[in-house]
Design a protein around this ligand. Structure first.
Ligand SMILES: *Cc1c(COP(=O)(O)O)cnc(C)c1O
Length: 403
């Protein structure tokens, strides 16, 4: 067999591999594992969306190839939703919208459309791994843009050296953010748009969590900023919005030239999403407010339960206003991996260590609120029983005192 592309060897080691082995070993011993690791909703897709798919699948008109860019109906639903939700005007006829087989596919294909060897893609750290890894697969150079807690997990674009900016083709951002939960203020978005215009960089905004917000916070579209459409493409996903991760449906909107380039890659790779799924996606978008309100109530209660529990154990943790993730500092004196190991060994709880999302994720662990409230309470009970506290190690207690 020939050797696969050397670009595959550039991919970072899968940091959760060790953890996965330990999980399997614990399961084999019969440990009742509580996984707070997976950003995959535990609740079903809302009934009206499932019904729409069933009806659409019964219609033979959905059985052949979809138009490459997506069906007219789906693209119009996306445009209508952008208008109603953000007051952003999108014209599908002008090439400003494209259906995606999940937003991950679009993010990856956008990188392929722009990246040649020697090109830089600006990738936040910590982050959803696709931006960094797909750049490597294309032979490009990811440049790490750190997201630090003291900067509210927003990047400092002014600190990017001019020679890096000159070679950069794309800047990836994601607010509300996975894994940190951080949100982007309007002034920051304006600065990003201006920076991308100055440096001739496509601003790729991954808005997968725009609808998962709490306490009255209303997440913006980056396309709200005047002139953003000159440089910005925004990626939306139905996956987390409506519990549709397995369905594979999302869309990109914004700059027509960038969408056209991405589309050229797509047209030579896939043949768009099943038309029946696009129909169901239209139904979900048209009933979005009603569908997301119920889900956010559930995630909101789970957030409160887990935050209160952490704070009883000595954390001083304030959840952000968005996403179903809690990005929590590990107890003082421990690394992310040490703390994740400890939660598994002493409590049967699985959490991803922060450094799995990039070097700047060290010092944190991520909680995904994708288990029922009673399991969250059980997880907290186990942690309290094991003596987990935020400051145990800071008070010069022996290593074992933490748990
Ligand atoms: C889950 C997730 C996605 C992927 O969404 P799909 O539409 O299911 O491909 C993209 N970006 C971020 C930040 C995510 O967390």
């Amino acid at each position: 067999m020939p050797k696969p592309s050397s670009n595959l060897e550039k991919l970072p080691p899968y940091l959760f591999a060790e953890l996965d082995k330990k999980i399997d070993a614990a399961k084999a011993k019969g440990v009742d594992i509580i996984s707070l690791g997976i950003g995959d909703p535990d609740l079903p897709t809302p009934a009206p969306v499932v019904t729409a798919l069933k009806e659409a699948a019964d219609d033979p008109a959905t059985h052949n190839y979809s138009p490459y860019n997506g069906t007219k109906e789906f693209l119009q639903s996306a445009a209508d939703w952008m208008k109603a939700r953000f007051d952003v005007a999108i014209d599908p006829a002008a090439g400003e919208a494209m259906a995606l087989i999940g937003s991950k596919e679009g993010l990856a294909h956008m990188i392929l459309a722009y990246t040649e060897p020697g090109d830089i893609v600006l990738c936040p750290s910590p982050a959803y791994p696709v931006y960094n890894n797909y750049t490597l697969l294309c032979g490009g150079e990811p440049y790490n843009v750190p997201l630090r807690s003291e900067n509210d997990f927003l990047p400092d674009l002014a600190s990017i050296p001019d020679d890096v900016a000159a070679r950069a083709k794309l800047l990836f951002l994601n607010y509300p953010n996975n894994p940190t939960g951080a949100i982007a203020p309007e002034s920051f978005i304006k600065d990003c748009v201006a920076w991308c215009k100055t440096h001739d960089v496509v601003l790729c905004h991954d808005n997968a969590y725009s609808e998962m917000t709490f306490n009255g916070y209303n997440a913006p579209s980056f396309l709200n900023v005047p002139g953003a459409k000159d440089v910005c493409v925004e990626f939306f996903s139905m996956s987390k919005m409506y519990n549709m991760t397995g369905w594979r449906i999302g869309f990109a909107v914004g700059n027509a030239a960038a969408i056209k380039a991405m589309g050229l890659v797509k047209n030579n790779t896939d043949s768009s999403a099943f038309k029946a799924i696009q129909r169901a996606g239209s139904v979900a978008l048209s009933r979005s407010t009603e569908l997301t309100a119920g889900l956010n109530n559930i995630y909101g209660r789970r957030r409160d339960v887990f935050t209160e529990g952490l704070n009883r154990m000595g954390w001083d943790f304030q959840p952000s206003a968005a996403t179903f993730y809690l990005w929590v500092p590990v107890p003082t004196g421990m690394s992310s991996v040490e703390f994740a190991d400890l939660l598994l060994e002493k409590c049967g709880i699985v959490v991803p260590p922060g450094n799995g999302y990039g070097p700047e994720g060290e010092g944190f662990f991520r909680i995904a609120l994708t288990v029922k409230e009673d399991r969250l309470r059980e997880a907290l009970k186990r942690m309290e029983k094991a003596g987990v506290t935020f400051s145990a190690l800071a008070q010069d207690q022996p290593q074992t005192a933490c748990c």
